[in-house]
Design a protein around this ligand. Structure first.
Ligand SMILES: C[S@@+](CC[C@H](N)C(=O)[O-])C[C@H]1O[C@@H](n2cnc3c(N)ncnc32)[C@H](O)[C@@H]1O
Length: 247
């Protein structure tokens, strides 16, 4: 086993991996993504519950539906769904980071077998720099009612987004919906990595990838999606929320 993995395993023995908050098992603080936003246990759980309720009220997410959570991280949305809606027919969480997928498999999938988690070794310079496989998701055509990705396209350049949009078109039912967040602004370059003087001091590869709003909307349209609703700047770190349907 490589030294880095041994160190990670040792660390997980020392620190506990999970905590219980309001009866729900959630990842310990050091395993959460989202910087200072979700450090507080209540903030983590209630944000996941808020996401479940968003999908319920906007897309009618219900127990007989199938949902893909791309870049699921350590389970914020599925924990929120379990708390607010209960087990749905099929929840599929995919991520390029191994540790959160291991956490979700151990603490969510074991208890709730319709919630399944898959690690994909797709390259992302921030989250999985040594990844090798190309974007291609192991699910049949038209298998999802909802596709969700929170704070994921905010760490991706255009070619990866194009590859995922192609996959979403294949995977989504004709009546399916997508919710995603992204940094989008007017009158900025079409795409910029870690834009200076923008919201915070971004450091490291793909910390923040910002898009020009019209360019981003055209990208979505070119790949077969229409923006039904756009909430500007309402999400983590000032990202905007996009509600999409198939064209
Ligand atoms: C800021 S975190 C958000 C996690 C989760 N969506 C949430 O809101 O709590 C971004 C996530 O996207 C994942 N990610 C980055 N590139 C990805 C890719 N190409 N495919 C799938 N997931 C990716 C990262 O590993 C990380 O878990």
């Amino acid at each position: 086993m490589p030294a880095k993995q041994v160190a990670k395993k040792l660390k997980s023995f020392v620190k506990s991996e999970a905590v219980t908050h309001r009866g729900m098992t959630i990842p310990a603080k050091h395993l959460r993504f989202g910087g200072s936003n979700f450090i507080d246990d209540e903030a983590f759980l209630s944000s996941g519950e808020h996401e479940a309720e968003r999908l319920q009220s906007s897309f009618g997410l219900s127990r007989n539906m199938a949902l893909l959570d791309l870049g699921c991280g350590p389970g914020r949305l599925p924990i929120g769904i379990l708390s607010k809606i209960g087990e749905i027919r099929a929840y599929r969480g995919v991520d390029v980071s191994q540790t959160p997928i291991e956490w979700c498999s151990k603490y969510i999938e074991k208890e709730h077998p319709t919630f399944q988690f898959t690690h994909m070794d797709i390259k992302n310079e921030r989250y999985n720099p040594s990844g090798s496989s190309s974007v291609g998701l192991p699910f049949p055509d038209a298998s999802f009612d909802v596709i969700y990705l929170y704070s994921v396209f905010s760490h991706m350049k255009t070619p990866d987004i194009q590859a995922y949009l192609t996959e979403f078109k294949r995977l989504l039912k004709a009546t399916g919906k997508v919710f995603l967040t992204a940094f989008t602004e007017d009158k900025v370059p079409e795409m910029e990595e870690n834009p200076p003087n923008y919201k915070q001091d971004w450091k490291g590869a793909l910390h923040c990838v910002r898009y020009e709003k019209k360019f981003f909307k055209k990208l979505l349209k070119d790949y077969g999606f229409t923006v039904d609703k756009l909430e500007y700047g309402t999400e983590t770190d000032g990202q905007s929320g996009f509600y999409l349907s198939s064209l």
